[in-house]
Unconditional design. Structure first.
Length: 424
């Protein structure tokens, strides 16, 4: 059986088991009566399966995380060293950034359009709950830039600070190309490390069906149906916006500019997308994203090893869209009418907040403070949408990773490299 089918089964089983062990989930009517007769099944699931979910999900995430630092370091150094000429690197990075920024802007525009049309916040009650501590010390533009440069690369690696590792790897890779013979041993060392890490990623990818099963079951088990009552319309707006971006904008770009079939491509990268969905972390997903794009779909490793690690930290279409919808939603709830220029401010700051967000769960929720502060909205708004953040985080992270993989195909094409026949 193909891997993506196994993953789909894992996801469905996860939702099923999650609902089964969630005691606040009660089926109405005859169906409920019928299931009531099988209460022992539920009791069994709660006693035996539920305690296993957390540990199994953690093992999966830890295996992924274990690969991140060596993989980013090795793949970026080798990628840059293989490009060879620093001037060529300029072309690659120019195209990559152009893709990142246009797609991020496109997604924010979609977000602003849907939230202004649907108006999920007008008439909704302003729920009060606690704001995450980190939001008060949210990053400024300068701190985002300064944090990109590591003062100690080993410390950055130990802390898994991805952006500084990338900056270090880029510089090291570029300089190695200028060393001639002297640089070769180090390049081949990292080449070998890269191959080994990719092979390990190949092993971990086979565990995806079990990993997504456990992670999804846990989320569903902890999410009561009550959250849909107050924030249902808001969730619908975010998910609608994300869907337009994921199913219309990105596939169009992929087909027209990247000359790649969205349907074929998605079947190769689906393990990464489903992992993004269940882990809500672009960074944790990165080893699988690299594996899916370069090994499974067969795109050039030269391009993917540059585009994907960078994309996992700074190209977040889903997060940008979510931040713009959430900010306007909060304004609507508080009855604050945003002028056109304030919405323009949301547009720019949401882009910035998405770039500044790390590829970890809930990062976007915290950097949203940048947007709220800029337009003078109350930070308490963040507390209000906290309850549904996990689910929306899963959806936006999937779009973030999908945006990275699409970017990889488009940039590959723009670089004049071949798109394999199997995904054309
Ligand atoms: N969890 C997202 C990601 O890893 C970031 C966010 O919170 O929006 O891509």
């Amino acid at each position: 059986m193909k891997l993506h089918w196994k993953i789909l089964i894992g996801m469905l089983m996860g939702v099923f088991i999650g609902l089964l062990v969630n005691e606040s989930f009660v089926l109405p009517g005859v169906l409920g009566d019928f299931l009531g007769k099988f209460a022992f099944v539920r009791a069994f699931a709660i006693k035996v399966i539920q305690p296993l979910l957390g540990p199994v999900g953690s093992v999966f995430i830890k295996l992924l995380k274990m690969l991140i630092v060596p993989l980013i370091l090795a793949s970026m150094i080798v990628g840059v060293a293989k490009v060879g000429d620093v001037r060529k690197l300029g072309g690659l990075s120019g195209r990559t950034f152009a893709f990142y920024i246009t797609t991020t802007w496109a997604s924010v525009v979609v977000g602003l359009i849907v939230v202004n049309i649907i108006e999920p916040g007008s008439g909704a009650p302003a729920l009060v709950s606690e704001v995450p501590e980190a939001a008060y010390s949210a990053v400024s533009v300068w701190s985002v830039i300064l944090n990109m440069i590591p003062d100690n690369p080993i410390k950055a690696m130990a802390n898994m600070d991805i952006l500084p590792i990338i900056v270090f790897a880029l510089m090291l890779g570029a300089i190695l190309t200028t060393l001639g013979e002297k640089g070769k041993p180090l390049v081949s060392f990292f080449d070998s490390l890269n191959e080994a890490m990719m092979r390990l990623a190949d092993v971990v990818i086979r565990l995806t069906p079990i990993g997504v099963f456990a992670l999804l079951a846990e989320v569903v088990a902890q999410t009561g149906p009550g959250i849909f009552a107050n924030l249902g319309k808001y969730m619908f707006t975010v998910i609608l916006g994300l869907s337009v971006h994921a199913f219309v904008t990105l596939p169009l770009l992929l087909a027209l500019v990247g000359r790649t079939s969205p349907r074929k491509y998605v079947s190769y990268v689906s393990p990464a997308l489903t992992t993004a969905f269940s882990t809500a972390s672009s960074s944790a997903t990165l080893p699988l994203t690299l594996d899916c794009v370069s090994k499974r779909a067969g795109l050039s490793a030269k391009v993917s090893s540059f585009v994907l690690p960078l994309g996992a930290t700074i190209n977040m279409d889903g997060t940008a869209l979510y931040e713009s919808v959430a900010a306007v939603f909060i304004a609507q709830v508080y009855g604050i009418d945003l002028t056109f220029s304030q919405q323009l401010l949301v547009f720019f700051t949401a882009t910035l907040a998405a770039i500044g967000a790390a590829g970890i769960p809930s990062a976007g929720l915290v950097t949203m403070a940048i947007v709220l502060k800029a337009v003078g909205l109350p930070l308490e708004g963040i507390g209000m949408i906290l309850a549904v953040d996990r689910i929306l985080d899963m959806c936006r992270t999937t779009v973030n990773v999908w945006g990275d993989t699409v970017g990889c195909a488009v940039v590959t094409k723009l670089q004049g490299e071949d798109i394999p026949a199997s995904i054309r």
